[in-house]
Design a protein around this ligand. Structure first.
Ligand SMILES: [Zn+2]
Length: 202
């Protein structure tokens, strides 16, 4: 007995309706970021896509927060565990570097969670990838956490001074360009005296 797949049924790809994809999205939405466990890799914008490849294999696309991010191996492992636990194999995990991850991809909900966790979310938007949704060239972005305009550190530019995540004061002072990770700078609140990490926009 042969079972012929109808070709007409595939005329209109209904990606969201594929139950395996729906399950995979919901499973992966709960995978936390290894460095900031209060937010998920989806909320941070690290999880870019979950799709079925032509050979029927589940493809999970992730973009590291910066090149050489040491947490990426951990994230891939966590994704593999989550998919294995949900019996969603076979799958492959693809790391895509272009367009490069930007703090603009952090969801509003995640920004609130970061603040509640004691990390000042990135202020403003850098908009570097607004026009880059269709990468025409595979650009290998190098690490981009160089401070800009080091000569004019007195005037900190366009409202770049982060508000204290604990008391909301904008009387904050940068103590170090790097905080607990390279993505963050160490600040101190001049009002409540609390030191805090600031997730640098890039
Ligand atoms: Zn404060």
């Amino acid at each position: 007995m042969t079972h012929t797949a109808s070709t007409t049924a595939a005329a209109k790809p209904a990606r969201a309706a594929d139950p395996a994809l729906v399950r995979a999205w919901s499973v992966l939405e709960s995978v936390p970021d290894p460095e900031i466990p209060v937010v998920s890799i989806r909320e941070l914008g690290i999880l870019r896509d979950v799709r079925k490849s032509v050979d029927g294999v589940l493809e999970v696309v992730i973009t590291p927060t910066y090149s050489g991010c040491p947490a990426m191996a951990q994230i891939a492992e966590d994704i593999a565990h989550a998919l294995d636990d949900a019996d969603l194999g076979p799958y492959r995990i693809e790391t895509v570097l272009a367009p490069a991850w930007t703090t603009d991809w952090i969801s509003e909900a995640a920004r609130e969670k970061l603040r509640a966790y004691g990390i000042a979310p990135p202020s403003g938007r850098c908009g570097v990838n607004d026009a880059a949704s269709q990468p025409s060239v595979a650009v290998e972005h190098t690490i981009r956490f160089a401070p800009r305009a080091s000569n004019s550190s007195a005037s900190n530019g366009s409202g770049a001074t982060p508000a204290c995540p604990r008391c909301g004061s904008v009387h904050t002072q940068r103590l170090a360009q790097f905080g607990s990770t390279a993505c963050k700078a160490l600040y101190r609140c001049l009002d409540c005296r609390e030191p805090f990490d600031y997730f640098k926009p890039y």
